[in-house]
Design a protein around this ligand. Structure first.
Ligand SMILES: *Cc1c(COP(=O)(O)O)cnc(C)c1O
Length: 398
């Protein structure tokens, strides 16, 4: 069965993902994913920080089924109850005053760029440039690639739309030097996810907020990966105690149903007036039902709190393993349930493969860092399965 899928994929699907891991899943349940040959895997990657409530949470699937039987899509020409309610959830739980829904993280960041530009356009200012950070990841569209500070993503796709530049992360001086009278905003991930879980310093985040205030530019936080409880707070900017003018969210917001959000302070959000921005699918009744169900489950099961507690525990146990194998493990980084385990480069790919063979799903960032981003309702017993697998690998011939 797997071989049939691989043959079809190789023949008909664009080869953007190359040789994928040789497994195809048919169903899931919480932390578990079942392969078509019956093998059971533990999903420590959570669909790349998407499945915050685990796979097929019964309340989630019930909410989706109920919505599917009522209404899936109507268009933005009409009021949408779920959309308004989900916007209220985001506003009630953050420093934002307004939200706008789209379909992905990249699209949310595109919306943030447009909102920042529109904000200054409406003021009669020609500020339009966006400063972002080296080693960042902001998406796959042309503008978000232009903002993504990684040469290998950018090189084939030049020329970009003008007005994007990157500076060193965690350096206030680098941002200060880059700001000109054309700068509109600085966009940051407070914990860089895709490049291997690199947290910014708290002091950097606070001083960056102050710098943006002083220079009259906007601070945008890309919370596509860090959002929705991943770091042990609902959003990472709350962990850092800074209030961005705009933040974006996507991955976990719909529990696996595609949805993204641009969230902004009232004064900034007001720059979008009728006709200035739009979407066909964004925030449709089904996607926003998913978002509402995710919020319900978060609140009922206290998943943000669980993320903080289990994340701390997981990190401590990983650090314990790291201390035992200093010749193999370089560092453990992260907060909440977004954790990177950096390995010595010569063993990292084989550790990643060995974890996969032990049915533990993770991702390997930049060839050296094992990233885990499991469901926020993870239990200690499940964390222990991962720790046991990792210890066995460390003890063995790697
Ligand atoms: C995944 C990710 C994106 C892109 O999201 P898509 O839904 O794949 O477009 C943007 N920013 C960050 C920080 C991400 O982790």
């Amino acid at each position: 069965m797997l071989n049939d899928v691989i043959a079809l994929d190789k023949k008909y699907y664009m080869n953007t993902f190359g040789d994928r891991l040789p497994v195809s899943f048919t169903h899931g349940d919480g932390m578990k994913l079942y392969a078509d040959n019956g093998d059971v895997y533990y999903d420590f990657l959570g669909g790349i920080a998407v499945n915050a409530i685990g796979h097929c949470h019964p309340d989630f699937t019930a909410a989706l089924k109920a919505q599917i039987d009522k209404l899936i899509h109507t268009s933005s020409l009409y009021y949408i109850e779920n959309q308004a309610k989900l916007a209220k959830k985001l506003v009630d739980n953050t420093c934002a005053d307004k939200a706008f829904f789209c379909n992905s993280g990249a699209e949310a960041n595109e919306g943030a760029f447009k909102l920042a530009r529109m904000y200054f356009y409406k003021k009669g200012s020609n500020r339009s440039e966006i400063i972002s950070l080296d080693h960042s990841f902001h998406g796959r569209t042309i503008a978000t690639v232009a903002a993504t500070g990684q040469e290998h993503y950018q090189a084939p796709y030049r020329p970009f739309t003008n007005g994007f530049k990157q500076v060193a992360p965690n350096s206030l001086e680098a941002v200060e030097e880059a700001i000109t009278d054309r700068t509109a905003a600085v966009m940051v991930e407070l914990i860089q996810g895709e490049s291997g879980v690199y947290p910014m310093d708290t002091e950097y985040a606070k001083r960056l907020r102050q710098l943006c205030n002083d220079r009259g530019i906007l601070m945008i936080v890309d919370e596509v990966q860090t959002g929705m409880g991943r770091t042990g707070r609902l959003f990472a900017h709350q962990l850092y105690d800074v209030e961005p003018d705009i933040f974006t969210c996507a991955k976990a917001l719909g529990g696996g149903v595609p949805i993204g959000a641009v969230c902004a302070k009232a004064e900034v959000a007001a720059a979008f007036e009728p006709g200035d921005h739009g979407t066909t699918f964004g925030g449709n009744p089904l996607a926003t039902a998913a978002g509402l169900a995710v919020f319900d489950i978060f609140e009922r099961e206290k998943l943000v709190e669980n993320s903080a507690v289990m994340g701390e525990l997981f990190k401590r146990k990983l650090e314990h393993v790291a201390a035992k194998y200093p010749d193999k493990i370089v560092e453990v980084r992260g907060t909440g349930l977004l954790i990177g385990v950096e390995l010595k480069p010569e063993i990292a790919p084989s550790v990643f493969r060995a974890l996969h063979e032990k049915r533990m799903l993770t991702s390997l960032c930049k060839g050296v860092t094992i990233r885990v981003a499991p469901a926020l309702n993870i239990k200690e017993s499940e964390i222990d399965l991962f720790i046991k697998a990792l210890e066995e690998i460390m003890e063995g011939e790697i």
